[in-house]
Ligand binder design. Structure first.
Ligand SMILES: [Zn+2]
Length: 267
């Protein structure tokens, strides 16, 4: 069995995690640029982070036969100062040419502020200009539905096709609208809070298995880099066919990500 974890922050994880993921069947990860657990104090801090995502993590992953890809942006948590955010955005185009970069992400909203929205729109424009895929972060707060709608409206105002955008962190009350508007939906699995492997399986049973994937979103906080194989086990326990399990944890990510010419798996 093999699977892809399309959203995990490996810079925050140990090398042992790569080994355990490989042992569980992980063949590829994609890592969106996000908050590192602290606010960076300079543009140079982002420059170094993008180098980590495009140079060092692919090598660390390769030791275990895992392909590593990345997404670049300034995340919404650090995008509330437009002047600073624009200085960071200005260094991104050079990195888009690196061979493991799939697109712009994870952009979106955190507290749904006016400034966050302005920078979101400017990064959507960046993706449009450079013909990049987009990976979207939706707020974890009580404003998730409102934030998800604001983001979808901003995307709809661009020329980017919804089929080239994945909206992550969907839950029961947002997944229907995301799929109805033609976007891809990602379910972020967490051990206790938010979407668990059980709830993700419920959502697949309710909303089907087209244009949907699941990921661990493993990062510096409480999270589980083996969440995807655990969800595979949960689906199997409920009697779902292996082809369906493979579809949502391997085939679907492969289909979406392969829209970027940079996404190539071995063999
Ligand atoms: Zn993330």
């Amino acid at each position: 069995m093999k699977y892809i974890d399309p959203h995990i922050h490996m810079v925050s994880r140990t090398t042992d995690d790569y080994q355990r993921m490989a042992q569980s069947g992980c063949v590829a990860v994609t890592e969106p640029a996000f908050w590192a657990g602290f606010d960076r104090s300079s543009v140079q801090g982002f420059f170094d982070y993008y180098r980590q995502l495009t140079e060092y993590e692919p090598r660390r992953a390769a030791q275990f036969g895992i392909r590593h890809f990345s997404w670049l942006c300034i995340n919404p948590k650090e995008a509330d100062d437009p002047g600073f955010a624009r200085e960071v955005i200005a260094i991104i185009p050079d990195f888009l040419e690196r061979e493991n970069v799939l697109g712009i992400g994870e952009i979106g909203l955190n507290k749904n502020t006016r400034n966050e929205l302005i920078i979101l729109e400017e990064q959507i424009a960046l993706a449009e200009k450079h013909n990049q895929l987009v990976l979207v972060h939706t707020p974890h707060l009580e404003d998730k539905l409102k934030g998800t709608r604001l983001i979808m409206d901003a995307l709809a105002a661009s020329k980017i096709e919804p089929g080239r955008v994945l909206i992550d962190h969907v839950e029961e009350h947002t997944v229907g609208e995301v799929l109805d508007r033609g976007f891809w939906a990602g379910m972020t699995l967490y051990p206790d809070t938010k979407v668990t492997p059980q709830r993700a399986t419920d959502i697949i049973e309710m909303y089907g298995h087209e244009r949907i994937w699941m990921n661990s979103a493993g990062d510096w906080g409480c999270s589980d880099p083996l969440a995807v194989p655990k969800a595979r086990l949960e689906m199997a326990r409920r009697g779902h066919a292996q082809t369906l399990i493979d579809k949502v944890t391997f085939d679907n990510p492969l289909t979406f990500l392969s829209q970027s010419p940079n996404f190539q798996l071995d063999e």
